[in-house]
Design a binder for this molecule. Structure first.
Ligand SMILES: *Cc1c(COP(=O)(O)O)cnc(C)c1O
Length: 425
């Protein structure tokens, strides 16, 4: 580290000697972990580059159309490139998909019909999807349309209950849901191999059951994506991993051609599907973000490892551990009480390039069950590939730390969180 950096950290950024020393020790501990991450990053970078070359991407794809949006060449290129990178037959990548929940909700609604059953094989789905399905009462949920739901919980060791899947599948089961990332839960994230095993199990009982993967936060953590190991369809958010921090908004859905068609009928309308829809000048940033994504994701993962090791050293329980295999960018730190959670998030906020002077407070966010606190000093509102931290204010006081389009910034987030927790005491 340069002396100038040291001065800045101890001066402007107000790190005390103890935190500074901790940071130096953590850097020494985690070096080996970075090597594996760089290898995955390099492969994925070349995979994305290859797809862009194969699609003959050109700057006329950065223009956009008006009105109905027929023949939007940029939109078509984006979807071709996404499908190629994810080893899928087709894709929908649109700014009018407002977030990950919307992308997943479209998938489910495009596929299931009244009388069908949805089976989640990774326990309770992400908070917002509970409302979509009707696990939590919500107007317009699929439950209102006569769609039923069942779930297979994780085994005690954190693995998917493959025998349980076989038992729960029945003649009504139409769609199996797999959530790759832990979301707001203290559980291991599924590796690509775990996902493959679960899919193989489902297909061994009935190959016609459609398997959907919630791939939020998982893109580019591995050399393969769920659609490359048998998932029929998957979805995610562009203000997470695949947007590379540059996409302004949007969601993607990738999978089998016939499913993408069905889903596109919910996105626009039956018969129209994916032929319409404006991109509002977003194609260049979506593509450049996708190009940057493997690198950006590697930075976020390194930042998560730094956070894990730092809090481990401070005596906190963390998930995953700094040297565990990772399948998403999320780092969970189990704090002791609501106060620590609030100070942690305020520290991350204080490290932000945008709104660093703002103090986040807990609030009742739509779609979430308990009050939530979010640190989000991002260039794109709510972007969680940019450095962010959030936590529902409920025991056992887990805080979820993720993102950082550069490792250095993510590291600063951890250091500021530690410093704020100390001051808050
Ligand atoms: C982020 C996320 C979603 C979707 O959330 P949005 O805020 O709607 O994008 C769904 N599932 C998981 C596991 C997630 O992490």
């Amino acid at each position: 580290m340069l002396n100038e950096t040291k001065e800045l950290l101890k001066g402007f950024y107000e790190l005390d000697d103890e935190t500074f020393k901790l940071s130096e020790e953590v850097m020494e501990d985690i070096g080996d972990q970075f090597e594996e991450i760089k290898k995955v990053r390099e492969y994925n970078q070349y995979k994305v580059l290859k797809a862009m070359q194969e699609a003959r991407l050109s700057d006329n794809h950065f223009n956009w159309t008006t009105g109905y949006g027929y023949n939007d060449l940029g939109r078509e290129k984006i979807e071709e490139i996404y499908a190629n990178v994810f080893g899928a037959e087709d894709a929908l990548v649109r700014p009018i998909i407002v977030n990950g929940t919307h992308a997943l909700s479209l998938c489910i609604q495009g596929i299931v019909r009244p009388g069908d059953e949805i089976l989640s094989v990774t326990g309770l789905p992400y908070d917002t999807l509970q409302g979509v399905i009707g696990i939590r009462e919500e107007k317009g949920s699929l439950k209102e349309f006569g769609v039923t739901y069942d779930q297979v919980d994780f085994l005690e060791d954190g693995n998917v209950d493959l025998e349980g899947i076989k038992k729960k599948i029945n003649e009504k089961t139409k769609l199996v849901m797999i959530q790759r990332s832990k979301g707001y839960a203290w559980r291991k994230s599924l590796t690509i191999n775990d996902i493959k095993e679960a899919i193989d199990t489902v297909k061994s009982v009935n190959p016609n059951i459609i398997v959907m993967v919630d791939n939020c936060y998982g893109e580019f953590l591995d050399t393969k994506e769920p659609t490359e190991v048998g998932a029929d369809v998957m979805a995610g958010s562009l203000i997470k991993n695949p947007g590379g921090g540059l996409a302004l908004t949007g969601g993607y859905i990738a999978g089998k051609k016939e499913l993408i068609e069905l889903i596109s009928y919910r996105l626009t309308s039956p018969g129209i599907g994916k032929e319409c829809g404006l991109t509002f000048g977003t194609t260049r940033t979506v593509l450049q973000g996708f190009f940057m994504a493997p690198y950006v994701v590697s930075q976020a993962v390194m930042g998560a490892i730094f956070c894990a090791r730092a809090f481990e050293k401070l005596g906190y329980d963390v998930l995953p551990k700094y040297n565990d295999i990772r399948s998403d960018i999320i780092q969970v730190v189990r704090l002791n009480n609501a106060d620590e959670v609030i100070h942690f998030c305020q520290g991350v906020q204080a490290a932000a390039p945008v709104d660093s002077y703002v103090k986040p407070e807990p609030w009742a966010m739509p779609g979430y069950e308990s009050e939530v606190i979010m640190a989000a000093g991002a260039f794109v509102q709510g972007s969680s590939i940019e450095l962010s931290a959030d936590a529902p204010i409920r025991a056992p006081y887990n805080v979820y730390f993720q993102g950082g389009v550069t490792f250095d910034h993510s590291k600063m987030g951890t250091l500021k969180a530690i410093q704020h927790m100390k001051k808050g005491k």
